[in-house]
Design a protein around this ligand. Structure first.
Ligand code: AMP
Length: 282
């Protein structure tokens, strides 16, 4: 595996592959890698000739500076995992390398309603930072394919729309959520959970699963209200949202019959850690 720190080095490598007609899969990450990230590399390896990963904790997508400061960083371990997974190249750029002219966004995109609900409503400015960094990383890496996780479903929808808006030829691939054996969605932030919070965190996935199990019976809005009560009843768990939305538009869905493709999303603070999860229905 080749490790790059600069755009020029990586681009020379990628262009050398693309000129030979090879496809290049790219999986952007913020490091503290786990099996969820590895599933992106696996999918990339199965789909493309060359697989590239980036590890960059993007300061512009953190709406809370304490979250940025506490974000876990395990670069040595990450590189070993990527090597073992058969990743071909990784870029570890500095903030200066990603944003040579400063971190203030210079472009605006009309992503319509997609950026407004759920994470958009609860993390002001978050998606501006996500769009800014993904656009910039695509310029740096020049991939043919982009691998992103369903774990961040709203982020995936927004980046898919961004690619349309900029007429990008990059093909985006959504990779299913990888979970711990007990159902908790894998996340870099899980290492920050205390033993009790780790147990409490199961209420996110179990509530989503319970509601999905009712489909297409029962009243969806009532199920969601009951689900929120169930989550909030646990001491140390504070729900930010539990919402059903259309998978393609992210517009709210009130009844099962209103959409044939629903995504049920939640975000909650468990102790000091903010977690998200979702399920696709049916
Ligand atoms: P992050 O490092 O958290 O920014 O995540 C990098 C990429 O990995 C994003 O596309 C995430 O959606 C994806 N990802 C994170 N956790 C998981 C998971 N448990 N299963 C599948 N993909 C994931």
């Amino acid at each position: 595996m080749v490790v790059f720190h600069t755009e020029a080095g990586l681009q020379a490598y990628v262009k050398g592959k693309r000129i030979l007609g090879k496809t290049v899969g790219f999986s952007p990450t913020m490091g503290a890698l786990h099996e969820g990230h590895m599933s992106l590399i696996e999918k990339s390896r199965a789909t493309c000739d060359i697989s590239v990963c980036s590890i960059f904790v993007n300061p512009t997508q953190f709406n809370e500076s304490s979250d940025l400061d506490k974000y876990p960083r395990t670069v040595e371990k990450d590189l070993k995992m990527l090597e073992a997974a058969g990743c071909d190249a990784v870029i570890l750029p500095s903030v200066k390398a990603v944003y040579p002219k400063g971190t203030r966004p210079t472009e605006r995109f009309d992503l319509g309603f997609l950026t407004q609900p759920m994470e958009g409503a609860h993390r002001p400015g978050h998606f501006d930072g996500v769009v800014q960094v993904v656009k910039r990383l695509l310029e740096m890496v020049l991939p043919t394919h982009l691998f992103m996780g369903q774990k961040d479903f709203q982020q995936f929808s927004i980046i898919a729309r961004l690619l349309q808006l900029i007429n990008s030829e990059v093909k985006i691939v959504c990779c299913p959520i990888v979970r711990e054996a007990d159902g908790l969605a894998m996340s870099s932030r899980n290492v920050r959970l205390s033993a009790q919070d780790r147990k409490n965190a199961l209420v996110l996935s179990s509530t989503l699963k319970q509601i999905k199990a009712q489909y297409p019976n029962g009243d969806l809005s009532a199920l969601i209200t009951a689900g929120m009560e169930r989550m909030n009843a646990i001491e140390g768990v504070d729900v930010e949202y539990l919402e059903a939305a259309h998978q393609d538009t992210l517009r709210p869905v009130k009844r099962w019959a209103d959409s044939s493709a629903i995504v049920l999303c939640t975000a909650a603070r468990v102790g000091a850690v903010r977690l998200i999860d979702n399920v696709l229905i049916p």
